[in-house]
Design a protein around this ligand. Structure first.
Ligand code: CP3
Length: 356
């Protein structure tokens, strides 16, 4: 992309920050790093203030959500904050009927199965339906001295929760609907794309400096399936916010075979999991697209020495390319030792070099 942020983008404030520069593939002086799920149960300070309600209750409290978002910034000195929220918040806010069960994930009372269920997904009006999310974004933007990443779930991954009713291994119901009732599938994804667009646009309007579209489970699809059933919907989301000028990150797990498509929907940055070496990923996404990743999260369990050596391997494979945002290949897990993550951030900041 050109890097010319539109005047509508309050994000311009961090245009020279290494994270934003890396997203745009422009030269900068150190490799930026943040971690997916950097906030959350791995942090004792999170467990201390999170309370006993569901995560949806915590997200509805802007003071609490602001504090939770800031905790990993203070602890790790990562280069970007990510809004503490969840990909199912918009569907919850329009009244679809779901909760997020601790230790399980999103669970739906009545899964999406029929044409009639479309009526349960009216358009999202972010100011009216999720005022608490926008208040959190505004508080964060006022307090942060670095970029805030806003996010949304991509149509496929959100649809998978609404259709399966709970986290799934095989996405059997989701794929059955896609194959057997293609018209309903596209109608569902079209609504979810509109909801993601409204949500992302409102986060950007309130000061988010970048966005990430999470299509975490897209790797369950073949390239042909992705192309036929998913591509146009995620592309619609990316296209709709392209004018804002903020960098757009697109992420999924086990997407090695899909990387060219994950990029082609309109991403400035493609999230890569640990299964694909960064140099191979770069060939697959093509020039002009930055990469985010891709340390295997489980190395954290092997202790600081091993994890830091693995982080150096990621830096070596990137070979100083300016279009690299260091991250894990997927999220921080609750049992991880935060001190190991602190050491990884130090290695990336002290040893990561960027070619000009
Ligand atoms: O720090 C951050 O990354 C920001 C916050 C964030 C959360 N969820 C908070 C959360 C983000 C970006 C998400 C996105 C999300 N939610 C995704 C995409 C990212 C990914 O991991 O691929 C997905 C698939 C979901 C759905 C979801 N929500 C799951 C699978 C779970 C885990 C269930 C569990 O308890 O293990 C949640 C709940 C959730 N979302 C937690 C957090 C910190 C943990 C539960 C809690 O504290 O109550």
């Amino acid at each position: 992309m050109s890097g010319a942020a539109s005047s509508a983008a309050p994000a311009g404030r961090f245009d020279n920050h290494p994270f934003i520069q890396a997203c745009r593939g422009l030269p900068h002086d150190r490799v930026p790093v943040w971690f997916m799920r950097q906030a959350g149960r791995s942090l004792p300070e999170y467990r201390a203030i999170r309370g006993t309600g569901t995560i949806l209750d915590a997200i509805a409290d802007p003071d609490l959500s602001t504090e939770i978002t800031l905790q990993p910034i203070r602890r790790y000195d990562v280069d970007a904050a990510i809004l503490y929220s969840d990909i199912v918040v918009p569907a919850h806010a329009v009244g679809f009927g779901l909760t997020v069960t601790p230790g399980v994930g999103p669970e739906v009372e009545r899964p999406f199965r029929h044409e009639d269920d479309l009526a349960r997904l009216r358009p999202l009006d972010p100011e009216a339906d999720t005022p608490y999310v926008l208040e959190t974004v505004r508080q964060l933007v006022a307090e942060l001295d670095r970029p805030l990443i806003g996010f949304a779930g991509a149509p496929f991954t959100v649809a998978s929760y609404l259709i399966e009713g709970r986290p799934s291994r095989d996405y059997a119901n989701t794929k059955a609907m896609m194959f057997a009732n293609e018209r309903l599938w596209h109608a569902l994804c079209d609504r979810l794309a509109d909801i993601a667009i409204s949500s992302l646009q409102s986060q950007i309007d309130n000061g988010a400096s970048a966005i990430q579209l999470f299509d975490s489970w897209a790797g369950s699809l073949s390239p042909a399936q992705y192309q036929r059933y998913v591509f146009s919907h995620s592309q619609k989301v990316m296209d709709a916010i392209a004018d804002t000028g903020v960098p757009k990150i697109h992420f999924g797990v086990t997407t090695g075979e899909l990387l060219p498509q994950i990029s082609a929907v309109g991403a400035d940055v493609v999230g890569v999991d640990w299964r694909v070496p960064l140099d191979a990923a770069r060939e697959r996404v093509g020039h002009g697209t930055s990469l985010q990743g891709n340390l295997d999260p489980t190395v954290v369990f092997a202790g600081a020495e091993f994890a830091c050596e693995a982080a150096r391997d990621v830096l070596r494979l990137n070979d100083g390319h300016p279009g690299h945002v260091f991250n894990l290949g997927h999220g921080v897990m609750p049992a991880m030792d935060p001190d190991v993550l602190t050491e990884i951030v130090k290695v990336v900041h002290e040893e990561g070099t960027v070619r000009s």
